[in-house]
Design a protein around this ligand. Structure first.
Ligand code: ATP
Length: 304
């Protein structure tokens, strides 16, 4: 697999405080990588480091295969765009003028492409309205357009949906999905709320206390959120044959107890077991939610 970003055993100390503690993560090319962790977990620190705004204390990272210690890292970083903390915008200027400034800053030969960017983030009708009068959602969308001005193929967004209303969240989500699908832009998006990212992320990295607790794909996450049925039966005779008949994945935890993973009604399960001469003694349906998955991962800590 090709990676936009690989981070290897990276640490960052602020005086005695270890903000990143041997963090290792991999962002595959083409992914929308949800970088999830509660406030203070170390997300912004990692993002600042990979954007070249801070130096790590130890460890390394590579962007498009260029190690941070090499000269090639500068060329790789030019393929990146991003918003860290909040977008840097001129409040007295319009969206178009902010983009013009960004184009000038990047040394672009013309302003071609600004209309396309304004279209992309649905700000084409804001005319001369100064950015200070924009809603938070409009500012975030303009921030994304600014990040796209350099034509990046890897975009890093730090908490892009923080504080937005549901409509604002949907708008940002649609823009990200569109850019990912149509322009094959890879995204690294940090958030402290898993739910916010669950509708768009293809990969997740869960960070806590400066370490990655788990990296998981969308499919693996969905699998582990599938319904689970815990059961106890009266006999182990023919139990496996009966369970095979459900066509679901299962695990036995003792001779007469186990778990089934997937959708089956209790009556259907009971009928299958009965046809093999087995009686259900106890059955419990468990439905893991994203939130309980996340809390379990954090070891039951509060995720505020
Ligand atoms: P949030 O969602 O609140 O932005 P985060 O996951 O982005 O959280 P960071 O901003 O990376 O977390 O901060 C990680 C830890 O490092 C926090 O405990 C923070 O107080 C600390 N920290 C960050 N920057 C500095 C600094 N310049 N000096 C000292 N400590 C810092």
């Amino acid at each position: 697999m090709e990676y936009c970003l690989t981070v290897n055993n990276l640490s960052k100390k602020y005086r005695k405080f270890l903000a990143l503690d041997g963090l290792t993560m991999n962002v595959p090319k083409g992914a929308i990588y949800g970088f999830i962790g509660k406030n203070g977990a170390g997300k912004t620190t990692l993002i600042r480091i990979i954007c070249g705004l801070q130096e790590p204390t130890s460890g390394s990272y590579s962007i498009y295969g260029a190690p941070n210690s090499s000269k090639e890292i500068y060329a790789s970083r030019r393929r990146m765009g991003g918003i860290i903390e909040s977008p840097a915008l001129y409040g007295h200027m319009s969206a178009r003028d902010n983009l013009r400034q960004q184009f000038l800053l990047l040394g672009k030969p013309s302003f071609d492409g600004i209309d396309d960017l304004l279209n992309m983030v649905d700000l084409k009708n804001t005319d001369k309205k100064p950015v200070r009068n924009f809603s938070l959602g409009m500012r975030q969308r303009l921030g994304i357009a600014m990040a796209l001005a350099s034509d990046p193929d890897f975009v890093v967004l730090d908490e892009p949906i923080n504080g937005l209303d549901p409509q604002g969240i949907v708008e940002i989500r649609e823009i990200i999905l569109k850019l990912n699908r149509e322009r094959n832009i890879t995204f690294l998006i940090s958030s402290h709320i898993l739910d916010e990212l669950a509708k768009l992320a293809t990969h997740y990295g869960f960070i806590d206390n400066g370490k990655i607790l788990k990296e998981i794909t969308k499919e693996q996450l969905e699998d582990s959120l599938k319904k689970r049925i815990e059961f106890k039966v009266d006999t182990d005779a023919e139990l496996c044959s009966a369970l095979d008949e459900t066509h679901l994945r299962y695990k036995l935890t003792s001779l007469t107890e186990g778990e089934l993973y997937g959708e089956i009604s209790i009556s259907e399960l009971s009928d299958i077991l009965k046809s093999h001469g087995i009686t259900l003694v106890k059955v419990t349906e468990k439905d893991e939610t994203l939130e309980s998955y996340y809390i379990n991962l954090l070891g039951g800590e509060d995720n505020d």
